[in-house]
Design a protein around this ligand. Structure first.
Ligand code: FAD
Length: 471
């Protein structure tokens, strides 16, 4: 057993458990403040590993995530390797494509490569002399009394390490969080949605993107959907979201093609029938879980961030963005309380829990919006009304998606404001409709039309209908 790592000079030791997206970024934040940072990651170093297994191939990066990257000087590097997506491109059953912009001209989200982002963040963390990355270290257990952590390695050895602060960034199935579950007054809930997801690749066509690259493509089919995000190598990663029982009904290559022919016919020539038959069975559909908990800290010794604190379903494209924003919020509170962990940690929970819970709920809401509402005329009409009102009164009416994706409005405030806006706009539309009806009736009563001039066209219409029916 190794000696527990001690303090160096008078700098505190921060152990970041999990070297995924949020852990690697967090290491940069703590290192920048001068702490002795130790990152412990279960996997081997993904920068040198032969194969990297993990979740989605690419992700949508938006303002919150970009601002966090800016704090550690990484924004430009990551943005330069992202592909801007200006809006959703809706694919109808007939193959018709209709764009819905995300916001104003010039507003976009970025499709970024998950593995590359993680690698860049690890490399950045390593540039700080006060940071050490420990791969092949799986947290097994830790003590809330002493803060002593026990890690296991793939050769079966065990290592014990002590730190002044443990930052749990070890994802949705966090081992750090297990200790929280043993304590009283810790609230915890997890929900698996009935849908799973499966990724398929759409190759380039004649060396170019097979579809318009600057969009997030969606095939909404009410109870399920497929989306596609562009990659730098001119492929698209298509993700099929569907109830598990539907995935399981398809058992042969012919059934895959039949299913795609029925629901996503325009995608078959683009993905390729052969690839569809093969890739559908490559990996089983993956589950999606939503985790909510509170508080996020234990006294002054441990705090949870990223998916360890709040795993959300991926339908608002905010899981990583929210996790990255956790790092900024924590950093702001560190400034406010002069790095006194006994004050910073409770304040962090107080400030962040309502926001992370709000984005978890919004992500669930968007789960329905993306696969069903985008098909509805009323939804599209309301989107246009919202955008028009935002254009007229940019400070008063701000569409929900804009607040969540293109601003740092606190998530729970965005939800409250959205409810208020919905009420005001719906009532105004109702009043406008009632006004138009009353006005029209008044004009009709004041200037009644010549009934004979109406009868003649009505007769003409009827004879045309009869002619049509008999032809
Ligand atoms: C299909 C899909 C699409 C998504 N799309 C988007 C998107 O478009 N935009 C967006 O913002 N978010 C998206 N997300 C969410 C995003 O992937 C997560 O929010 C993000 O990965 C969270 O980062 P994290 O570092 O907190 O957790 P993870 O990425 O899960 O990283 C946790 C790390 O901890 C390590 N670890 C686990 N257990 C231990 C242990 N015991 N000891 C040591 N290390 C451990 C793991 O190996 C891993 O490296 C998507 C998610 C899915 C599933």
């Amino acid at each position: 057993m190794e000696e527990p790592a001690g303090r160096q000079a008078n700098k505190k030791v921060v152990a970041v458990v999990g070297g995924g997206l949020v852990g690697a970024l967090n290491a940069c934040f703590f290192a920048k403040r001068g702490f002795q940072v130790e990152v412990f990651e279960t996997r081997e170093d993904i920068r040198t590993a032969k194969s990297v297994r993990g979740r989605s191939i690419n992700l949508a990066l938006s303002l919150r995530g970009r601002q966090a990257l800016r704090h550690v000087g990484m924004e430009d590097k990551i943005v330069s390797k992202g592909i801007p997506m200006n809006g959703r491109m809706i694919h109808s059953l007939s193959g018709k494509q209709s764009p819905i912009p995300y916001g104003k001209k010039g507003q976009f989200i970025l499709s970024v490569d998950r593995a590359n982002l993680n690698k860049e963040l690890l490399t950045e963390a390593e540039t700080y002399p006060n940071t050490k990355l420990n791969f092949d270290h799986k947290l097994q257990d830790w003590s809330t009394e002493t803060g002593l952590m026990t890690f296991t390695r793939s050769d079966g050895s065990r290592t014990q390490v002590q730190a002044d602060l443990i930052v749990g960034c070890d994802g949705a199935f966090s081992a750090v969080r297990k200790q929280f579950l043993r304590r009283s007054r810790f609230n915890y809930s997890q929900t698996y949605i009935p849908h799973g997801y499966m990724e398929l690749t759409m190759p380039p066509r004649d060396g170019e993107f097979a579809m318009k690259p600057n969009f997030l493509h969606i095939w909404p089919r009410n109870t399920f959907m497929m989306i596609a995000l562009p990659n730098l190598d001119k492929t698209f990663t298509c993700t099929l979201f569907m109830p598990f029982e539907e995935f399981e009904k398809i058992t042969t290559g012919d059934e895959v093609i039949e299913f795609f022919q029925k629901y996503f016919p325009d995608s078959i020539p683009l993905i390729g029938a052969g690839a569809l038959r093969r890739d559908y069975f490559r990996l089983p559909a993956q589950p999606m879980v939503s985790v909510k908990c509170s508080p996020y800290h234990i006294e002054d010794g441990c705090v949870l961030m990223g998916d360890a604190a709040h795993a959300v379903v991926p339908f608002y494209g905010q899981g990583m963005n929210a996790g990255f924003e956790d790092c900024i919020v924590f950093n702001e509170i560190m400034d406010q309380f002069n790095e006194d962990f006994s004050l910073v940690l409770p304040e962090y929970s107080r400030v962040r829990v309502p926001d992370d819970h709000a984005i978890a709920d919004l992500a669930m809401y968007n789960y329905v919006e993306m696969r069903a509402h985008v098909n509805s005329r009323w939804f599209l009409f309301r989107k246009r009304v919202d955008n028009f009102l935002h254009f007229l009164m940019p400070k008063t009416i701000v569409p929900l998606y804009t607040m969540v994706t293109f601003t740092r409005t606190r998530y729970h405030e965005a939800v409250q404001r959205w409810h208020w806006q919905q009420k005001v706009i719906n009532r105004s539309l109702l009043l406008a409709a009632a006004g138009a009806l009353l006005g029209g009736s008044y004009l009709l009563i004041k200037n009644p039309p010549n009934i004979n001039s109406l009868i003649v066209p009505a007769e003409q219409i009827w004879s045309r209908v009869v002619a049509l029916k008999t032809s």
